[in-house]
Write a protein that binds this ligand. Sequence first.
Ligand code: FES
Length: 104
Amino acid sequence: MINITIQNIEEETAVLDVQQFEGHSLMEALKSSGYDLLAACGGMALCASCRIEIEKGIGALAEPFGQELDTLDVLPDAAISSRLSCQLKVNQEMDGMHIRIPKS
Ligand code: FES
């Protein structure tokens, strides 16, 4: 099991087992599970419409780099907890992570 606690844009919280998406992007796991992410660029780290905030467990993730870092750098309200879910591969280290999908 890879359980992730997710707060959606309505501020409702649920626990989702994303084990079946291991090796795929977290964006794909969220969209396939019915979460409302536009993901307009299709996972190219260009649009930021798949952005999430890591509320707990950010230490389990590698630092952003390359295009993800470039895109996050130009977001006016990005924080250290901000990540592009299309650039995060689902893996066992994510078990117990808490994320939030921001309103915009
Ligand atoms: S889908 Fe566009 S940045 Fe992730």
